[in-house]
Design a protein around this ligand. Structure first.
Ligand code: CMC
Length: 440
């Protein structure tokens, strides 16, 4: 962080003007450091939704929305997706560098050895209704980890922070699979150490004790790619929540539970689920024949209908993750012979039509990662209501890396936004006259 310029803020109310340092990052917009604004002027800034506010300094993930670029620790997502698996990506996000072979083996071994959860977690799970949304179960289970793993809760001890990070990365697949098995009444499957991270998760999800389960390599690779592409995405709502919760000194399991709760919202992690719901709706309306009618509804501003899985707040030319997920989508549909399945054929037709339609072209509305990841997950056999859980599983490493970075930051303070108050000024309570016969 270097200071090269200054910004001067002047006021029309007689407050003397004030100078602020401007910092350059290594890339991306400069930031004006307004930390002393209140102390020197008695004024706050107003920025709902943090449209112009950087809340922290970070070295983890960088997005250039105009270029369609996503970098993890400087490495383009395309290269990571091609050359690394999810656990290497986790190592990179957590530690800042890719592992060498010895480091990779050591990290894999540590994660693998922490995949089981305390046996009592299963009894804790039994307290939920069978029809509970799996995200409700996940928020509860991850928060409850802090009740089972007290020995790694000293947030000022880097060794404890590391152990908690490993535990979270290792146990999330087990918890997500437990939530799924609980919902369909099948027995939980214990993790199997000789399988890869993604293959182990697929087995815990889809195997039963009655027969042998052999994970399919193409499908395992697809799941691994979904995890890589969702591993981190800068200071989004759930990540900012994790940082804010952590800024009070809360333990990492509680902070990640807060992140999961935030991710649950349909404006954040719920888009791939919404995309599948939309495809099913079009299918019910009459399928491919009805695409034109549906697109007309989308273009009609009064209808309130959006093409789910299209458009992005940050990526305005294309979503680099979508390109990779599209590739995987075709690989998976080919492997499973699903290209002609009516729902998937509908998705592909919708994609083609929208990409050529002037409404979408003019507004630079391209398919985002969720358009394809919903289709891939559906093809893998993952039920729609589990999609956001898979996102949470993938994003756990991003959350914990950002949390760790925050705890180690000497400038870190408890997050405490201020407000522009427009309610009543001080007034007095007038006692309400009692009705006759009312209790004394
Ligand atoms: N369908 C139809 N019209 C759209 C869509 C859409 N999906 N997205 C944007 N538009 C229109 C919008 O109405 C506006 O039209 P006009 O200029 O005539 O008023 C124009 O395109 C520009 O949109 P914008 O205001 O720049 O878009 P935004 O930044 O406010 O919204 C978004 C971004 C992702 C919320 C929105 O595109 C959307 O709701 N998409 C569908 C939901 C979705 O797929 N979300 C997942 C995003 S990826 C998640 C992740 O990265 O984790």
């Amino acid at each position: 962080m270097t200071v090269q310029h200054k910004a001067t803020l002047s006021f029309s109310d007689g407050t003397p003007s004030i100078e602020f340092p401007i910092y350059h990052g290594t890339v991306g917009p400069d930031v004006i450091d307004i930390r002393k604004l209140y102390a020197q002027t008695g004024k706050f800034t107003l920025d709902p939704g943090f449209m112009s506010t950087a809340a922290c300094e970070s070295k983890i993930t960088y997005i250039d929305g105009d270029k369609g670029e996503l970098l993890y620790r400087g490495y383009p997502i395309e290269q990571i997706a091609e050359h690394c698996d999810y656990l290497q990506t986790c190592y990179l996000l957590l530690n800042g560098e890719l592992p060498d072979e010895a480091q990779r083996l050591d990290f894999d071994q540590r994660v693998t050895r922490h995949t089981m959860v305390h046996e009592q977690m299963a009894r804790f799970l039994q307290g939920f209704r069978r029809d509970a949304h799996p995200m409700a179960v996940l928020v509860g289970m991850v928060g409850a980890l802090s009740a089972f793993y007290h020995d790694s809760l000293d947030i000022n001890n880097p060794e404890h922070r590391f152990v908690s990070a490993i535990r979270l990365i290792a146990k999330m697949p087990t918890l997500v699979a437990m939530a799924y098995k609980y919902s369909n009444g099948q027995p939980f499957m214990y993790p199997l150490n000789h399988l890869s991270y993604a293959a182990n998760f697929m087995r815990m999800m889809f195997a039963t004790p009655c027969e042998e389960y052999k994970p399919n390599d193409v499908l395992v690779r697809a799941l691994d790619r979904i995890l890589i592409l969702h591993a981190d995405h800068e200071q989004n709502a759930s990540t900012s929540t994790v940082r804010l919760a952590g800024s009070s000194g809360a333990n990492p399991f509680a902070c990640i539970a807060a992140g999961i709760a935030t991710l649950w919202g349909p404006a954040h992690g719920g888009a791939n689920e919404a995309c599948l719901v939309m495809l099913n709706d079009i299918q019910r309306m009459g399928g491919v024949e009805k695409i034109g009618e549906f697109i007309d509804q989308v273009k009609d501003k009064d209808s309130g209908v959006k093409l789910m899985g299209f458009g992005h707040r940050v990526y305005k030319n294309y979503d680099p993750r979508a390109k990779l997920m599209r590739e995987t989508c075709h690989e998976v549909l080919g492997e499973l012979g699903l290209h002609d399945d009516p729902l998937f054929a509908l998705a592909m037709k919708l994609e083609r039509i929208a990409l050529e339609d002037e409404y979408f072209v003019k507004r630079k509305l391209y398919p985002n990662v969720d358009f394809y990841s919903g289709i891939v997950q559906k093809a893998l056999g993952i039920p729609t209501e589990m999609f956001t859980c898979i996102f949470a599983l993938a994003r756990t490493v991003g959350w914990i890396s950002q949390w760790n970075e925050m705890i180690a930051d000497p400038d870190q303070k408890i997050g405490r936004p201020r407000q522009l108050f427009t309610g009543h000024v001080r007034r007095d309570v007038k006692p309400i006259p009692k009705a006759s016969g009312a209790k004394k």
